[in-house]
Every structure is written in C-alpha cells, then in structure tokens.
Write a protein that binds this ligand. Structure first.
Ligand SMILES: [Zn+2]
Length: 236
C-alpha cells in the first residue's frame, strides 16, 4: 500500500492513498505482454501529437476527462467518440478538485475538503460525461490521483472503481521527452500507465508518443481497464 503523508494547511496531517492498479498480466505464453494506457485530460487543451499517434497506430486508451476539459475540447471529443474501439472516456471529476475530504493542499491544489464536496466532484464529472452523450463512466480518478481513505470508500459507494496506476509516465506532464519515453518504454506486463493528454506545449507529450511506439515495437498489447485490479479496496 502506497502511503503518502502531506502536511495539511489546517495543521492536521491526513495520510493520503495513491492506489496502485494493474491489469491481468499476459504471462509467459502470451507474447509481448499487456499494458493499459490511461491519459488524464485535467483541463486546458488537447495534445494532438498523442491523439493522432493513438489513432494512426491503433493504440487503445482510457481517457480520464473533467467537466472543464469536455467543455473546451469538443473537436477532440468528437475524434474520440468516432473511435469507440480505441477510446473509453472515464470520470476525472467535474472541476479537477482532489477527492480528499479534509481541507488541505495536494501539489498546490486545494482539496475538496468535505465528504459533500467529494461527492459533488464525482457526480458532476459523471454528469458532464452523460451530457456529452457517451456511455456512463465506470471508473473515477481524482485530480492528483491522491485520496483520503474515506473518500475512496465514498467513490466506491457511488458506483465507481478508483483508477490507480503502476507507472507514472510523465510526472504530471512536467518531465522531459527523453525521461518520459524511457519510463513508458520500460512498462512491464500488467502495468497501468498514467500520463497526460492536455498539455500540447509540454515536451513530455513527445516522450509519451515515443514510449508508446517503443512498447508497440516490442509486441506489447494495449488493453482497457476492464479486468484491472487495484489495492486498498479501490476496485472491489
Ligand atoms: Zn488531472
């Protein structure tokens, strides 16, 4: 169990969870292995380098979108919807507010701060996706991918599996292209990769494409989150 302790702005530190997630490994008989690619669309724009590479190379991905991003990226949403075999859109919250029910800051972002505010973030994200005309989301990933344990329990009660990850591909899209490509290219059988698709001006996006093409070259199969299992009671 990955435990990260942050100092709360109110003075009382709450231990936060950063859940791990894996897909069922392909195993030795399967071939090149199996990984799941998850991409967050927190806000901002669309990295068309990544979106085009996924379409051109037929690489499936699970995209975690916020209500904010959905509103501003209709063209990208249309491309994703036109390829339902490749793209699954899931819930990254209504307003990109961390699903932490005590008041504190995580990576400089103010947490939801109460159970009601966590619930509003989860439900408004799902409503935004429903409003965009797609299938109902089954997975939730909160902003910053950090949670208080009680928030995880609530998200599960609301009917969502919590989407952890096992490979931090782009360090919040702040890494250079080379390091991003190295991290993603090193993914192993069963890994769930996290990176971002909403920062078109960042060097990391170029590395995401390079890393994915390297995995494809190695014979890795890309899968959805359907059979993924996480720890800390996040998916079952
Ligand atoms: Zn995000």
């Amino acid at each position: 169990m990955a435990l990260s302790v942050f100092t709360a702005s109110a003075g009382n530190a709450t231990a936060l969870l950063e859940p791990k997630l894996h897909v069922k490994p392909q195993g030795v008989e399967g071939g090149g292995g199996r990984v799941a690619l998850t991409l967050d669309a927190c806000g901002g724009k669309t990295d068309t380098r990544i979106l085009s590479a996924l379409v051109d190379n037929r690489i499936p991905a699970t995209i975690f979108v916020t209500g904010i991003w959905l509103k501003r990226n209709a063209e990208a949403v249309e491309i994703m919807r036109a390829h339902p075999d490749l793209f699954e859109l899931e819930n990254h919250g209504g307003r990109h507010i961390p699903a932490v029910d005590t008041p504190q800051k995580i990576y400089g972002i103010r947490s939801a701060g109460s159970p009601d505010a966590v619930q509003a973030e989860v439900e408004s994200g799902a409503a935004a996706l429903a409003g965009a005309g797609g299938p109902a989301p089954k997975w939730f990933r909160g902003a910053t991918a950090e949670y208080s344990p009680s928030a995880i329990a609530m998200i599960r009660k609301l009917g969502f599996k919590v989407a952890g990850f096992s490979v931090n591909g782009d360090g919040g899209s702040l890494l250079g292209a080379k390091e991003t490509a190295r991290r993603i290219g090193a993914a192993k059988d069963g890994d769930v990769i996290i990176a971002h698709i909403n920062q078109p001006t960042h060097a990391a996006g170029e590395g995401v494409v390079q890393g994915l093409l390297a995995l494809k070259q190695k014979g890795m199969t890309f899968v959805r989150l359907d059979d993924a299992v996480g720890n800390d009671g996040t998916t079952d």
